[in-house]
Design a protein around this ligand. Structure first.
Ligand code: SOE
Length: 369
């Protein structure tokens, strides 16, 4: 473990910039053994917005070009839109700087491959932001599955539902553009579900996927123009896992009434479980010999990460997943250890995203490769 604080450089200062900056600030208060970090520099293009973000989020200085930053910091966080994931992350890794990148790893499979190659050549921690692995109830579920408590697994069902695009007048953003985002609900939301599927069950081998765009163009904020929507608004897929488990996946930005509902259900020969992000402190469990599901609160001191927070029953929230994720990633950086989910995990997810798109285009089941 290093004694000097790790200087952090962050590209991006909006939603994810805020979520990670909050985590950096919470770490020394709640995780005594976390490495000390210095919020050194925040990077973006709009100088006024940057100055405001630096002040609010506690960064020492700003920079308008990531090229000036990736070499000189101890850790680089790439929290920008998907189309700026590859080049700065690869440059940081080539400079030997541990790098953390938002999900999905890249807009395309080729970019994701190049990023994973750069990480493997660099030999420093390279993490991808699948924060839902760090929900205590998900870690609890993982421990149960690994201990064989659910028996032989048969089904995985994962769906991630939001509704922020159901209004056809909702403004166009980079998230609606194939060049910038890669895909829509598939990459933005499905990537999280596929990561949890891999984490809890294993690798996906075959996919039958379907994509749908409900609204083809959207108004540009502050003008009379519209721009085309070139990504999916929703996807669904039937999948097979390498270990024989059967799965269904779904995500939508048109699931009217669902704001941020990420639901996982797993059924095995001895037991089953259900998890919903909107009730993230709970896990519904069917145990061997019990007649039905019981709901357990995953807020006891011995539950993963919980002893760092509050007494039993004092629930935690979405933002805590970022604190746990950063604790693990920054500890790996300070100790020179490995971090998962890594860029290899990001690439594995990207292969499944690519397979869903290929399957939809061809109208046939495809192998993940
Ligand atoms: C999209 O609305 C979004 O912000 C995703 O990009 C995040 O990854 C997810 O955690 C919440 O929803």
């Amino acid at each position: 473990m290093t004694d000097t604080p790790l200087d952090i450089g962050v590209l991006g200062y909006r939603f994810m910039g805020k979520a990670h900056a909050n985590a950096f600030a919470r770490l020394p208060m709640f995780f005594e053994d976390a490495p000390e970090v210095n919020r050194e520099v925040i990077v973006g293009r709009d100088e006024d917005a940057l100055a405001d973000a630096a002040e609010r989020l506690g960064f020492e200085r700003t920079a308008t070009d990531w090229r000036d930053v990736v070499e000189e910091v101890d850790v680089f966080y790439n929290l920008g839109p998907n189309h700026v994931h590859a080049e700065p992350s690869i440059a940081a890794l080539e400079a030997g700087t541990p790098t953390f990148c938002e999900k999905p790893l890249a807009p395309t499979l080729d970019d994701a491959r190049a990023m994973a190659d750069a990480a493997s050549d660099a030999g420093v921690p390279a993490g991808v932001a699948f924060n839902y692995r760090f929900v205590p109830a998900i870690q609890y579920a993982k421990n149960l599955i690994d201990a064989g408590e659910l028996g032989e697994l048969h089904h995985f069902r994962g769906r991630y539902l939001q509704d922020w695009l159901v209004d056809p007048e909702a403004p166009w953003s980079w998230r609606n553009d194939a060049e910038m985002a890669g895909s829509g609900a598939l990459g933005d939301l499905g990537a999280h579900t596929i990561d949890l599927a891999r984490f809890l069950v294993g690798d996906i081998s075959e996919v039958s996927g379907h994509l749908r765009t409900f609204v083809d163009e959207r108004p540009v904020d502050g003008s009379d123009e519209t721009k085309p929507v070139t990504v999916d608004d929703a996807y669904s897929a039937q999948v097979d896992f390498e270990n024989g488990v059967m799965g269904t996946l779904e995500a939508s930005r048109f699931a009217n009434g669902r704001k941020n509902d990420h639901t996982i259900e797993i059924e095995g020969s001895k037991g089953s479980l259900r998890f919903s992000l909107e009730r993230l402190n709970e896990l519904e469990l069917l145990r061997e010999d019990s007649r039905g599901y019981e709901t357990i609160l995953v807020t006891d001191a011995e539950d993963p990460y919980v002893d760092h927070w509050w007494p039993p029953g004092h629930v935690i929230g979405w933002e805590h997943t970022f604190v746990h994720e950063n604790y693990e990633f920054l500890s790996a950086v300070a100790e020179g250890g490995a971090y998962e989910p890594s860029f290899d995990d990001g690439l594995a997810v990207q292969r499944v995203l690519d397979a869903v798109e290929r399957s939809d285009e061809r109208g046939e089941r495809v192998v993940v490769n």
